[in-house]
Design a protein around this ligand. Structure first.
Ligand code: MLT
Length: 235
């Protein structure tokens, strides 16, 4: 049987072998929720980059620049890091260069994997079905916040692990923590997450993204990193 494991933050990724595996990066609040929503609604591609300067260079080449620092919009950028911005008419058919504090960094740190997916609650079941058909070991890498775990990402790790329990064997203590947390939280994710540090941070900025990012299976799409290092819909 193939295995599935949760890595609690990108700072722990060096403890894992990525070669031969599919890595699923999740940053529920909000990078991968933006990515899944935008691509599902009609954004052409999203290039995840680490530095703000890289985004601004790509903007000169015709990309929209999107993302955040300190969860806020970056000066000179076209889009902030709200999923709703990625679903606006002006984003449709466009390529977006995206940089975020943790999410795009985590995707870039996963590049040794055989394949990289970006996922969130909004495409949980579609991602699970895709992975089951691939028949490979899976590592779910939670973006977290500046090297620390983020409860919302850990819950997604637990949800995806449980969704795949018929095809993939759970490996590692962090994976058991994630599934136990999701089993406790699943009846009301929003209430459970009131204690989450990033939820508190986002609430100060308005918080309309929070319930949206916790909605399950809004989209029947799978998002993967292609050979040009751009996130696109998997066909
Ligand atoms: C990140 O990548 O750190 C996040 O998506 C931050 C956010 O915009 O909430």
């Amino acid at each position: 049987m193939n295995t599935i494991e949760v890595c609690l933050t990108h700072e722990l990724i060096h403890h894992h072998e990525l070669k031969g595996k599919i890595v699923v990066v999740t940053d529920v609040f909000r990078a991968t929720s933006c990515i899944v929503s935008g691509l599902a609604k009609g954004v052409k591609a999203i290039k995840p980059v680490i530095e703000v300067e890289e985004c601004l260079e790509l903007q000169k080449q015709g990309y929209l620049a999107g993302g955040e620092r300190h969860a806020q919009m970056i000066e000179g950028f076209d889009l902030d890091n709200s999923p709703f911005s990625y679903m606006e008419t002006r984003s449709m058919g466009q390529k977006v260069a995206m940089t975020t504090t943790n999410g795009t960094l985590t995707i870039n740190k996963s590049k040794e994997a055989d394949e990289i997916l970006a996922a969130s609650f909004s495409n949980l079941s579609a991602t699970a079905s895709y992975l089951k058909n691939k028949g490979k070991d899976v590592l779910i890498v939670c973006a977290g916040w500046k090297g620390r775990p983020g409860l919302e990402d850990v819950l997604f790790g637990g949800a995806l692990t449980l969704a795949m329990s018929d095809s993939h064997e759970t490996e590692g203590d962090s994976t058991f923590l994630a599934t136990a947390a999701y089993e406790t939280a699943q009846s009301d994710l929003l209430s459970y997450l009131q204690r989450a540090s990033h939820l508190k941070r986002l609430k100060k900025l308005g918080g309309k993204d929070i319930p949206y990012c916790l909605e399950i299976d809004l989209f029947d799409v799978v998002v993967k990193l292609n050979e040009e290092s751009e996130l696109v819909l998997a066909s």
